[in-house]
Design a protein around this ligand. Structure first.
Ligand SMILES: [Zn+2]
Length: 99
């Protein structure tokens, strides 16, 4: 039987959804792939071609890690958001879905 945990959903100052469950805050706009480093991805990019991981199969990123990796160390993934990289990811997902 599952124990009911405290649950909180709010927006941070960037308008991103922050979900807190059992004392752990997750940023629902980001997810972690399986890479050893640079593993935080914006949900705008739902696929990591380096480790072949999809957002749907991955956990959301911890809020504090997003703050550290994305905000303080320079928006690594958002820079890709409007590039060919995103297009390639989506094409791959579409292809994957139709198989
Ligand atoms: Zn990866």
């Amino acid at each position: 039987m599952e124990i009911e945990q405290s649950y909180d959903l709010r927006l941070n100052k960037y308008g991103e959804r922050i979900e807190t469950v059992g004392g752990v805050s997750l940023n629902l706009e980001y997810w972690d792939c399986d890479c050893e480093e640079n593993y935080i991805h914006s949900s705008k990019i739902p696929y990591c071609k380096i480790c072949n991981t999809y957002e749907d199969d991955s956990p959301n990123s911890r809020m504090d890690e997003v703050e550290w990796h994305i905000r303080e160390n320079g928006d690594e993934y958002d820079r890709f958001a409007e590039t060919e990289f995103v297009k390639e990811c989506f094409e791959r997902i579409m292809k994957n879905d139709s198989d």
